[in-house]
Write a new protein. Structure first.
Length: 520
Protein backbone atom coordinates (compact mmCIF):
# COMPACT_ATOMS: atom_id res chain seq x y z
CA UNK A 1 0.00 0.00 0.00
CA UNK A 2 1.39 3.45 -0.88
CA UNK A 3 2.21 5.84 1.91
CA UNK A 4 -0.16 8.47 0.42
CA UNK A 5 -3.14 6.09 0.32
CA UNK A 6 -6.28 7.57 1.89
CA UNK A 7 -6.84 6.60 5.53
CA UNK A 8 -9.44 3.90 6.25
CA UNK A 9 -12.98 5.21 6.72
CA UNK A 10 -14.78 4.70 10.08
CA UNK A 11 -16.82 1.52 10.13
CA UNK A 12 -20.61 1.62 10.34
CA UNK A 13 -22.82 -0.07 12.90
CA UNK A 14 -23.79 -2.58 10.21
CA UNK A 15 -20.13 -3.51 9.79
CA UNK A 16 -19.55 -4.10 13.50
CA UNK A 17 -22.71 -6.16 13.88
CA UNK A 18 -21.70 -8.23 10.87
CA UNK A 19 -18.23 -8.67 12.30
CA UNK A 20 -19.66 -9.70 15.67
CA UNK A 21 -21.58 -12.45 13.90
CA UNK A 22 -18.32 -13.70 12.38
CA UNK A 23 -16.48 -13.69 15.70
CA UNK A 24 -19.17 -15.72 17.45
CA UNK A 25 -19.22 -18.17 14.54
CA UNK A 26 -15.48 -18.77 14.55
CA UNK A 27 -15.48 -19.19 18.33
CA UNK A 28 -18.14 -21.86 17.95
CA UNK A 29 -16.16 -23.95 15.48
CA UNK A 30 -12.74 -23.54 17.08
CA UNK A 31 -13.98 -24.37 20.59
CA UNK A 32 -15.48 -27.65 19.42
CA UNK A 33 -12.21 -28.69 17.82
CA UNK A 34 -10.01 -27.81 20.79
CA UNK A 35 -12.04 -29.04 23.74
CA UNK A 36 -12.32 -32.70 22.78
CA UNK A 37 -8.66 -33.77 23.14
CA UNK A 38 -8.59 -33.35 26.92
CA UNK A 39 -11.89 -35.22 27.32
CA UNK A 40 -11.05 -38.19 25.09
CA UNK A 41 -10.11 -40.66 27.86
CA UNK A 42 -13.37 -39.94 29.71
CA UNK A 43 -15.49 -40.16 26.55
CA UNK A 44 -13.89 -43.45 25.57
CA UNK A 45 -14.54 -44.92 29.00
CA UNK A 46 -18.15 -43.68 29.11
CA UNK A 47 -18.96 -45.16 25.69
CA UNK A 48 -17.29 -48.50 26.45
CA UNK A 49 -14.69 -48.13 23.73
CA UNK A 50 -13.04 -51.53 23.82
CA UNK A 51 -11.63 -51.33 20.28
CA UNK A 52 -9.58 -48.18 20.73
CA UNK A 53 -11.79 -46.17 18.35
CA UNK A 54 -11.56 -42.98 20.44
CA UNK A 55 -8.78 -41.75 18.13
CA UNK A 56 -11.54 -41.19 15.57
CA UNK A 57 -13.31 -38.71 17.84
CA UNK A 58 -10.48 -36.25 17.28
CA UNK A 59 -9.74 -37.04 13.65
CA UNK A 60 -13.41 -37.21 12.60
CA UNK A 61 -13.64 -33.44 13.09
CA UNK A 62 -10.64 -32.87 10.87
CA UNK A 63 -11.81 -35.45 8.33
CA UNK A 64 -15.33 -34.10 7.82
CA UNK A 65 -14.34 -30.44 8.10
CA UNK A 66 -11.47 -30.72 5.64
CA UNK A 67 -13.52 -32.57 3.03
CA UNK A 68 -16.16 -29.84 2.66
CA UNK A 69 -13.91 -26.75 2.75
CA UNK A 70 -13.32 -26.43 -1.04
CA UNK A 71 -17.02 -27.00 -1.68
CA UNK A 72 -18.03 -24.34 0.85
CA UNK A 73 -15.77 -21.79 -0.85
CA UNK A 74 -17.14 -22.70 -4.27
CA UNK A 75 -20.75 -22.48 -3.06
CA UNK A 76 -20.07 -19.14 -1.37
CA UNK A 77 -18.85 -17.72 -4.68
CA UNK A 78 -21.89 -19.01 -6.54
CA UNK A 79 -24.77 -18.56 -4.06
CA UNK A 80 -23.39 -15.82 -1.82
CA UNK A 81 -21.80 -15.88 1.62
CA UNK A 82 -24.75 -15.52 3.98
CA UNK A 83 -26.85 -18.51 2.94
CA UNK A 84 -23.87 -20.87 3.01
CA UNK A 85 -22.80 -19.60 6.46
CA UNK A 86 -26.31 -20.14 7.82
CA UNK A 87 -26.43 -23.65 6.38
CA UNK A 88 -23.04 -24.48 7.90
CA UNK A 89 -24.09 -23.30 11.37
CA UNK A 90 -27.33 -25.27 11.19
CA UNK A 91 -25.58 -28.47 10.13
CA UNK A 92 -22.97 -27.97 12.83
CA UNK A 93 -25.69 -27.64 15.48
CA UNK A 94 -27.30 -30.89 14.35
CA UNK A 95 -23.94 -32.67 14.53
CA UNK A 96 -23.31 -31.30 18.04
CA UNK A 97 -26.71 -32.51 19.25
CA UNK A 98 -26.05 -35.98 17.86
CA UNK A 99 -22.58 -36.11 19.42
CA UNK A 100 -23.94 -35.09 22.81
CA UNK A 101 -26.61 -37.78 22.61
CA UNK A 102 -24.22 -40.50 21.37
CA UNK A 103 -24.73 -43.96 22.90
CA UNK A 104 -21.70 -45.58 21.29
CA UNK A 105 -18.48 -44.62 19.54
CA UNK A 106 -19.91 -45.18 16.06
CA UNK A 107 -22.58 -42.55 16.66
CA UNK A 108 -20.06 -40.17 18.18
CA UNK A 109 -17.65 -40.53 15.26
CA UNK A 110 -20.41 -40.05 12.66
CA UNK A 111 -21.57 -36.81 14.29
CA UNK A 112 -18.20 -35.17 14.90
CA UNK A 113 -17.18 -32.02 13.11
CA UNK A 114 -20.04 -31.65 10.63
CA UNK A 115 -20.11 -28.02 9.41
CA UNK A 116 -17.13 -26.83 11.43
CA UNK A 117 -14.69 -26.45 8.55
CA UNK A 118 -17.19 -24.52 6.46
CA UNK A 119 -17.80 -22.04 9.31
CA UNK A 120 -14.09 -21.27 9.63
CA UNK A 121 -13.69 -20.89 5.88
CA UNK A 122 -16.73 -18.63 5.48
CA UNK A 123 -15.53 -16.45 8.33
CA UNK A 124 -12.21 -15.86 6.58
CA UNK A 125 -13.95 -15.20 3.27
CA UNK A 126 -16.50 -12.72 4.64
CA UNK A 127 -13.80 -10.84 6.55
CA UNK A 128 -12.01 -10.40 3.24
CA UNK A 129 -15.24 -9.08 1.69
CA UNK A 130 -15.73 -6.54 4.47
CA UNK A 131 -12.19 -5.18 4.89
CA UNK A 132 -9.37 -4.51 2.43
CA UNK A 133 -6.09 -6.37 2.91
CA UNK A 134 -4.21 -3.19 3.83
CA UNK A 135 -6.40 -2.52 6.89
CA UNK A 136 -7.26 -6.14 7.69
CA UNK A 137 -4.58 -6.61 10.34
CA UNK A 138 -6.80 -5.37 13.16
CA UNK A 139 -9.86 -7.35 12.08
CA UNK A 140 -7.94 -10.47 11.13
CA UNK A 141 -6.25 -10.16 14.49
CA UNK A 142 -9.61 -10.02 16.26
CA UNK A 143 -10.75 -13.13 14.41
CA UNK A 144 -7.44 -14.82 15.22
CA UNK A 145 -7.76 -13.69 18.83
CA UNK A 146 -11.21 -15.28 19.08
CA UNK A 147 -9.92 -18.45 17.39
CA UNK A 148 -6.98 -18.60 19.77
CA UNK A 149 -9.17 -17.98 22.84
CA UNK A 150 -11.39 -20.89 21.81
CA UNK A 151 -8.46 -23.12 20.89
CA UNK A 152 -6.51 -22.63 24.08
CA UNK A 153 -9.49 -22.41 26.48
CA UNK A 154 -10.99 -25.55 24.95
CA UNK A 155 -8.75 -27.93 26.94
CA UNK A 156 -9.78 -26.23 30.19
CA UNK A 157 -13.47 -26.52 29.34
CA UNK A 158 -13.04 -30.13 28.28
CA UNK A 159 -11.18 -30.91 31.48
CA UNK A 160 -13.80 -29.21 33.67
CA UNK A 161 -16.65 -31.11 32.04
CA UNK A 162 -14.96 -34.46 32.56
CA UNK A 163 -13.96 -33.90 36.16
CA UNK A 164 -17.16 -35.23 37.78
CA UNK A 165 -19.62 -37.84 36.58
CA UNK A 166 -19.72 -40.02 33.50
CA UNK A 167 -22.33 -38.01 31.59
CA UNK A 168 -21.23 -34.44 32.27
CA UNK A 169 -18.93 -34.66 29.24
CA UNK A 170 -22.01 -34.59 27.01
CA UNK A 171 -22.32 -30.87 27.75
CA UNK A 172 -19.08 -30.46 25.85
CA UNK A 173 -21.29 -30.82 22.76
CA UNK A 174 -24.63 -29.58 24.10
CA UNK A 175 -23.05 -26.22 24.94
CA UNK A 176 -22.58 -25.75 21.20
CA UNK A 177 -26.35 -25.48 20.76
CA UNK A 178 -26.95 -22.09 22.45
CA UNK A 179 -23.78 -20.72 20.88
CA UNK A 180 -25.00 -21.98 17.49
CA UNK A 181 -28.36 -20.31 18.07
CA UNK A 182 -26.63 -17.03 18.90
CA UNK A 183 -24.39 -17.25 15.83
CA UNK A 184 -27.34 -18.15 13.58
CA UNK A 185 -29.37 -15.21 14.89
CA UNK A 186 -26.54 -12.72 14.48
CA UNK A 187 -25.81 -13.87 10.92
CA UNK A 188 -29.51 -13.83 9.99
CA UNK A 189 -30.25 -10.32 11.16
CA UNK A 190 -26.95 -8.48 10.92
CA UNK A 191 -24.81 -9.99 8.15
CA UNK A 192 -26.11 -7.86 5.29
CA UNK A 193 -23.89 -8.48 2.26
CA UNK A 194 -24.41 -8.53 -1.48
CA UNK A 195 -25.03 -11.81 -3.25
CA UNK A 196 -24.67 -12.83 -6.91
CA UNK A 197 -27.63 -12.48 -9.24
CA UNK A 198 -29.09 -15.38 -11.22
CA UNK A 199 -31.53 -18.23 -10.87
CA UNK A 200 -30.89 -21.28 -8.70
CA UNK A 201 -30.51 -23.43 -11.83
CA UNK A 202 -27.89 -21.08 -13.28
CA UNK A 203 -25.97 -21.09 -10.02
CA UNK A 204 -26.06 -24.88 -9.72
CA UNK A 205 -24.46 -25.19 -13.15
CA UNK A 206 -21.59 -22.99 -12.01
CA UNK A 207 -20.60 -25.22 -9.10
CA UNK A 208 -17.58 -27.43 -9.75
CA UNK A 209 -19.33 -30.66 -8.70
CA UNK A 210 -16.75 -32.99 -10.24
CA UNK A 211 -13.77 -31.26 -8.67
CA UNK A 212 -15.45 -31.14 -5.27
CA UNK A 213 -16.40 -34.82 -5.45
CA UNK A 214 -12.78 -35.72 -6.19
CA UNK A 215 -11.37 -33.66 -3.32
CA UNK A 216 -13.96 -34.91 -0.82
CA UNK A 217 -13.17 -38.53 -1.68
CA UNK A 218 -9.41 -37.97 -1.77
CA UNK A 219 -9.11 -36.04 1.48
CA UNK A 220 -11.43 -38.44 3.34
CA UNK A 221 -9.48 -41.53 2.24
CA UNK A 222 -6.13 -39.92 3.00
CA UNK A 223 -7.22 -38.91 6.51
CA UNK A 224 -8.59 -42.42 7.16
CA UNK A 225 -5.18 -43.84 6.28
CA UNK A 226 -3.46 -41.30 8.51
CA UNK A 227 -5.80 -42.07 11.39
CA UNK A 228 -5.27 -45.82 11.21
CA UNK A 229 -1.52 -45.78 10.59
CA UNK A 230 0.51 -46.90 13.56
CA UNK A 231 -2.58 -47.12 15.80
CA UNK A 232 -5.07 -49.66 14.55
CA UNK A 233 -2.81 -51.14 11.85
CA UNK A 234 0.88 -51.02 10.98
CA UNK A 235 1.89 -48.32 8.53
CA UNK A 236 2.86 -50.89 5.92
CA UNK A 237 -0.47 -52.77 6.15
CA UNK A 238 -2.92 -52.73 3.25
CA UNK A 239 -5.59 -51.21 5.52
CA UNK A 240 -3.42 -48.10 5.86
CA UNK A 241 -1.59 -47.94 2.55
CA UNK A 242 -4.65 -48.49 0.34
CA UNK A 243 -6.76 -45.52 1.53
CA UNK A 244 -3.70 -43.31 2.02
CA UNK A 245 -2.27 -43.90 -1.46
CA UNK A 246 -5.65 -43.77 -3.22
CA UNK A 247 -6.52 -40.59 -1.34
CA UNK A 248 -3.25 -38.86 -2.23
CA UNK A 249 -3.59 -39.94 -5.87
CA UNK A 250 -7.10 -38.47 -5.97
CA UNK A 251 -5.77 -35.19 -4.59
CA UNK A 252 -3.20 -35.12 -7.38
CA UNK A 253 -5.99 -35.86 -9.87
CA UNK A 254 -7.95 -33.00 -8.33
CA UNK A 255 -5.04 -30.61 -8.85
CA UNK A 256 -4.66 -31.66 -12.49
CA UNK A 257 -8.40 -31.45 -13.10
CA UNK A 258 -8.65 -27.97 -11.56
CA UNK A 259 -5.95 -26.68 -13.92
CA UNK A 260 -8.20 -27.60 -16.86
CA UNK A 261 -11.65 -26.53 -15.61
CA UNK A 262 -12.76 -23.72 -17.95
CA UNK A 263 -15.49 -22.18 -15.75
CA UNK A 264 -15.64 -21.62 -11.96
CA UNK A 265 -12.91 -24.04 -10.85
CA UNK A 266 -12.80 -24.73 -7.13
CA UNK A 267 -9.09 -23.81 -6.99
CA UNK A 268 -8.02 -21.47 -9.83
CA UNK A 269 -4.51 -22.24 -11.05
CA UNK A 270 -3.11 -18.75 -10.47
CA UNK A 271 -3.34 -19.31 -6.72
CA UNK A 272 -0.37 -21.67 -6.81
CA UNK A 273 1.30 -20.17 -9.88
CA UNK A 274 3.39 -17.55 -8.06
CA UNK A 275 6.04 -18.09 -5.45
CA UNK A 276 4.57 -15.80 -2.76
CA UNK A 277 1.16 -17.48 -2.51
CA UNK A 278 2.73 -20.93 -2.92
CA UNK A 279 5.27 -20.29 -0.15
CA UNK A 280 2.44 -19.10 2.13
CA UNK A 281 0.51 -22.32 1.46
CA UNK A 282 3.56 -24.49 2.14
CA UNK A 283 4.27 -22.60 5.35
CA UNK A 284 0.63 -23.04 6.35
CA UNK A 285 1.05 -26.78 5.86
CA UNK A 286 3.97 -26.91 8.28
CA UNK A 287 2.13 -24.74 10.77
CA UNK A 288 -0.86 -27.08 10.74
CA UNK A 289 1.42 -29.97 11.67
CA UNK A 290 3.27 -28.27 14.53
CA UNK A 291 0.23 -26.48 15.96
CA UNK A 292 -1.86 -29.62 16.35
CA UNK A 293 1.08 -31.54 17.80
CA UNK A 294 1.33 -28.98 20.59
CA UNK A 295 -2.41 -28.43 21.12
CA UNK A 296 -3.26 -32.12 21.38
CA UNK A 297 -0.19 -33.51 23.12
CA UNK A 298 0.70 -30.92 25.74
CA UNK A 299 -2.31 -32.01 27.87
CA UNK A 300 -1.24 -35.63 27.31
CA UNK A 301 2.24 -34.72 28.55
CA UNK A 302 0.96 -33.20 31.79
CA UNK A 303 -1.49 -36.02 32.47
CA UNK A 304 1.04 -38.78 31.78
CA UNK A 305 4.24 -37.29 33.22
CA UNK A 306 2.93 -35.34 36.20
CA UNK A 307 -0.26 -37.22 37.06
CA UNK A 308 -2.46 -34.23 36.26
CA UNK A 309 -6.22 -34.58 35.93
CA UNK A 310 -7.76 -33.39 32.62
CA UNK A 311 -8.67 -30.08 34.25
CA UNK A 312 -5.27 -29.70 35.89
CA UNK A 313 -3.51 -30.40 32.58
CA UNK A 314 -5.46 -27.53 31.02
CA UNK A 315 -4.39 -25.26 33.89
CA UNK A 316 -0.78 -26.33 33.39
CA UNK A 317 -1.15 -25.35 29.74
CA UNK A 318 -2.29 -21.82 30.65
CA UNK A 319 1.15 -20.20 30.19
CA UNK A 320 1.00 -21.22 26.53
CA UNK A 321 -2.61 -20.04 26.30
CA UNK A 322 -1.80 -16.67 27.79
CA UNK A 323 0.88 -16.06 25.15
CA UNK A 324 -0.55 -17.70 22.03
CA UNK A 325 -3.88 -15.90 22.19
CA UNK A 326 -2.61 -12.30 22.15
CA UNK A 327 0.26 -13.25 19.82
CA UNK A 328 -2.24 -13.95 17.02
CA UNK A 329 -3.71 -10.49 17.52
CA UNK A 330 -0.43 -8.62 17.97
CA UNK A 331 1.13 -10.25 14.90
CA UNK A 332 -1.77 -9.20 12.67
CA UNK A 333 -1.84 -5.64 13.98
CA UNK A 334 1.94 -5.38 13.52
CA UNK A 335 1.54 -6.37 9.86
CA UNK A 336 -1.12 -3.68 9.40
CA UNK A 337 1.02 -0.98 11.04
CA UNK A 338 4.29 -1.95 9.34
CA UNK A 339 2.57 -2.63 6.01
CA UNK A 340 5.01 -5.56 5.76
CA UNK A 341 4.37 -9.24 6.39
CA UNK A 342 7.61 -11.12 5.76
CA UNK A 343 9.41 -10.14 8.97
CA UNK A 344 6.42 -11.12 11.14
CA UNK A 345 6.17 -14.52 9.43
CA UNK A 346 9.90 -15.11 9.87
CA UNK A 347 9.79 -14.11 13.53
CA UNK A 348 6.93 -16.54 14.13
CA UNK A 349 8.91 -19.42 12.64
CA UNK A 350 12.10 -18.61 14.54
CA UNK A 351 10.18 -18.49 17.83
CA UNK A 352 8.53 -21.83 17.00
CA UNK A 353 11.84 -23.52 16.17
CA UNK A 354 13.60 -22.23 19.27
CA UNK A 355 10.57 -22.98 21.43
CA UNK A 356 10.29 -26.62 20.43
CA UNK A 357 14.01 -27.01 21.03
CA UNK A 358 13.62 -25.74 24.57
CA UNK A 359 10.45 -27.75 25.13
CA UNK A 360 12.24 -30.97 24.20
CA UNK A 361 14.37 -30.58 27.34
CA UNK A 362 11.46 -30.89 29.79
CA UNK A 363 11.63 -34.01 31.96
CA UNK A 364 9.62 -35.42 34.85
CA UNK A 365 11.96 -33.77 37.34
CA UNK A 366 11.73 -30.35 35.68
CA UNK A 367 10.53 -27.61 37.97
CA UNK A 368 7.19 -25.87 37.53
CA UNK A 369 8.99 -22.71 36.46
CA UNK A 370 10.88 -24.61 33.75
CA UNK A 371 7.96 -26.35 32.07
CA UNK A 372 5.77 -23.26 32.43
CA UNK A 373 8.31 -20.97 30.75
CA UNK A 374 9.44 -23.51 28.15
CA UNK A 375 5.97 -23.74 26.59
CA UNK A 376 5.66 -19.98 26.18
CA UNK A 377 8.08 -19.50 23.27
CA UNK A 378 6.63 -22.12 20.87
CA UNK A 379 3.12 -20.97 21.81
CA UNK A 380 4.04 -17.40 20.83
CA UNK A 381 5.37 -18.48 17.45
CA UNK A 382 2.42 -20.75 16.74
CA UNK A 383 -0.01 -18.00 17.76
CA UNK A 384 1.53 -15.51 15.33
CA UNK A 385 1.43 -18.02 12.49
CA UNK A 386 -2.28 -18.73 12.86
CA UNK A 387 -2.91 -15.52 10.88
CA UNK A 388 0.35 -14.17 9.40
CA UNK A 389 0.45 -16.41 6.25
CA UNK A 390 -2.92 -15.04 5.09
CA UNK A 391 -1.36 -11.71 4.15
CA UNK A 392 1.22 -12.91 1.59
CA UNK A 393 -1.33 -15.38 0.27
CA UNK A 394 -3.87 -12.66 -0.53
CA UNK A 395 -1.45 -9.87 -1.43
CA UNK A 396 -0.26 -11.66 -4.58
CA UNK A 397 -3.73 -12.27 -6.04
CA UNK A 398 -6.72 -10.17 -7.19
CA UNK A 399 -9.55 -9.50 -4.73
CA UNK A 400 -12.06 -11.57 -6.73
CA UNK A 401 -10.01 -14.68 -5.87
CA UNK A 402 -10.62 -14.29 -2.12
CA UNK A 403 -13.10 -17.14 -1.68
CA UNK A 404 -10.99 -19.63 -3.62
CA UNK A 405 -7.78 -18.48 -1.95
CA UNK A 406 -9.13 -18.74 1.57
CA UNK A 407 -10.89 -22.04 0.90
CA UNK A 408 -7.55 -23.45 -0.20
CA UNK A 409 -5.86 -21.87 2.84
CA UNK A 410 -8.37 -23.45 5.23
CA UNK A 411 -8.23 -26.79 3.43
CA UNK A 412 -4.43 -26.79 3.60
CA UNK A 413 -4.41 -25.95 7.29
CA UNK A 414 -7.05 -28.54 8.24
CA UNK A 415 -5.53 -31.28 6.09
CA UNK A 416 -2.06 -30.64 7.50
CA UNK A 417 -3.50 -30.74 11.02
CA UNK A 418 -4.51 -34.32 10.25
CA UNK A 419 -0.89 -35.00 9.38
CA UNK A 420 0.16 -33.31 12.61
CA UNK A 421 -2.02 -35.61 14.68
CA UNK A 422 -0.86 -38.66 12.73
CA UNK A 423 2.84 -37.80 12.88
CA UNK A 424 2.83 -36.93 16.58
CA UNK A 425 0.67 -39.92 17.47
CA UNK A 426 2.86 -42.33 15.54
CA UNK A 427 6.06 -40.97 17.07
CA UNK A 428 4.61 -41.23 20.56
CA UNK A 429 3.26 -44.73 19.99
CA UNK A 430 6.54 -46.05 18.58
CA UNK A 431 8.68 -44.41 21.25
CA UNK A 432 6.44 -45.64 24.05
CA UNK A 433 6.75 -49.20 22.77
CA UNK A 434 10.53 -48.78 22.92
CA UNK A 435 10.75 -46.92 26.23
CA UNK A 436 7.99 -48.31 28.45
CA UNK A 437 8.69 -51.30 30.73
CA UNK A 438 7.58 -54.56 29.18
CA UNK A 439 5.48 -55.36 32.24
CA UNK A 440 3.44 -52.22 31.63
CA UNK A 441 3.00 -52.73 27.86
CA UNK A 442 1.67 -56.24 28.51
CA UNK A 443 -1.38 -54.69 30.18
CA UNK A 444 -2.74 -53.55 26.80
CA UNK A 445 -3.99 -55.46 23.74
CA UNK A 446 -1.81 -55.34 20.59
CA UNK A 447 -2.09 -52.23 18.39
CA UNK A 448 -3.65 -50.19 21.21
CA UNK A 449 -2.71 -46.51 21.20
CA UNK A 450 -0.96 -46.66 24.53
CA UNK A 451 -0.88 -42.93 25.27
CA UNK A 452 -4.57 -42.35 25.96
CA UNK A 453 -5.22 -45.86 27.26
CA UNK A 454 -2.37 -45.64 29.78
CA UNK A 455 -3.12 -42.25 31.31
CA UNK A 456 -5.92 -43.36 33.68
CA UNK A 457 -3.77 -46.28 34.87
CA UNK A 458 -0.52 -44.44 35.60
CA UNK A 459 -1.77 -42.83 38.80
CA UNK A 460 -2.73 -46.25 40.20
CA UNK A 461 0.72 -47.81 39.71
CA UNK A 462 3.06 -48.62 42.58
CA UNK A 463 6.59 -47.27 42.72
CA UNK A 464 9.07 -47.68 41.12
CA UNK A 465 6.93 -48.70 38.10
CA UNK A 466 5.00 -45.43 38.08
CA UNK A 467 8.18 -43.34 37.88
CA UNK A 468 9.59 -45.58 35.16
CA UNK A 469 6.43 -45.13 33.08
CA UNK A 470 6.44 -41.36 33.57
CA UNK A 471 10.10 -41.09 32.56
CA UNK A 472 9.36 -43.18 29.46
CA UNK A 473 6.51 -40.85 28.54
CA UNK A 474 8.72 -37.77 28.94
CA UNK A 475 11.43 -39.26 26.71
CA UNK A 476 8.82 -40.20 24.11
CA UNK A 477 7.22 -36.75 24.17
CA UNK A 478 10.65 -35.20 23.68
CA UNK A 479 10.91 -37.08 20.39
CA UNK A 480 7.73 -35.35 19.21
CA UNK A 481 9.09 -31.89 20.00
CA UNK A 482 12.42 -32.70 18.31
CA UNK A 483 10.57 -33.74 15.16
CA UNK A 484 8.58 -30.50 15.27
CA UNK A 485 11.87 -28.56 15.23
CA UNK A 486 12.60 -30.00 11.80
CA UNK A 487 9.09 -29.40 10.47
CA UNK A 488 9.10 -25.83 11.75
CA UNK A 489 12.49 -25.40 10.06
CA UNK A 490 10.88 -26.42 6.77
CA UNK A 491 8.16 -23.85 7.38
CA UNK A 492 10.77 -21.15 7.88
CA UNK A 493 12.58 -22.15 4.68
CA UNK A 494 9.30 -22.03 2.75
CA UNK A 495 8.54 -18.56 4.10
CA UNK A 496 11.85 -17.23 2.76
CA UNK A 497 10.41 -17.40 -0.78
CA UNK A 498 7.78 -14.73 -0.03
CA UNK A 499 8.05 -11.41 -1.82
CA UNK A 500 6.96 -8.22 -0.08
CA UNK A 501 3.97 -7.14 -2.19
CA UNK A 502 1.96 -3.94 -1.46
CA UNK A 503 -1.36 -4.85 0.13
CA UNK A 504 -4.49 -3.76 -1.70
CA UNK A 505 -6.86 -1.12 -0.30
CA UNK A 506 -9.98 -2.39 -2.13
CA UNK A 507 -12.54 -5.16 -1.61
CA UNK A 508 -14.64 -7.22 -4.00
CA UNK A 509 -17.81 -5.15 -4.37
CA UNK A 510 -19.78 -8.19 -5.54
CA UNK A 511 -19.87 -9.46 -1.95
CA UNK A 512 -19.39 -6.29 0.09
CA UNK A 513 -21.79 -4.80 2.64
CA UNK A 514 -25.04 -3.73 1.04
CA UNK A 515 -25.10 -0.08 0.12
CA UNK A 516 -28.16 0.63 2.25
CA UNK A 517 -26.35 -0.63 5.33
CA UNK A 518 -23.32 1.51 4.60
CA UNK A 519 -25.38 4.73 4.60
CA UNK A 520 -26.46 4.44 8.23
Amino acid sequence: MDSDSPPPQPKSRAFWLSFLALMVSVFLSALDMAAVGTALPTIARALNDEKGEYIWVGTAYTRSSTAVIPLSGNLADVFGRKIIMLGSIAVFAVGSALAGAARNMDMMIAARGIGGGAILTLTEIITTDLVSLAERGLYQGLIGFMWAVASFSGPAIGGALTLHGTNIWRWLFFLNLPISALAFTLVTFFLSVNRPAGSVHEKLTRVDWIGNAIVVAGSTLAIIGLSWGGVRYHWYSVQVLAPLIIGLVLLVVFAVYEAKVPVSPTIPRDIVANRTSLSALLATTMHGVVSMAMLYYMPVFFQACFGATPLRSAVDFLPGTAVATPSAFIGSVAIMLLKKYRAINWFGWVATIVGFGILSMVRTDSSVAEWAVFQVIPAMGIGILFIAPVFPLLASLPTDRAASVLALFSFTRMFSQSWGLAIAGTILQNRLVQNLPASFISLFPPNTEIAYAAIPIIRTLEEPLRSEVQVAFAKSMSAIWQTMIGIAGLGFICSLAMREIPMTTSVDENYALKESSRKE
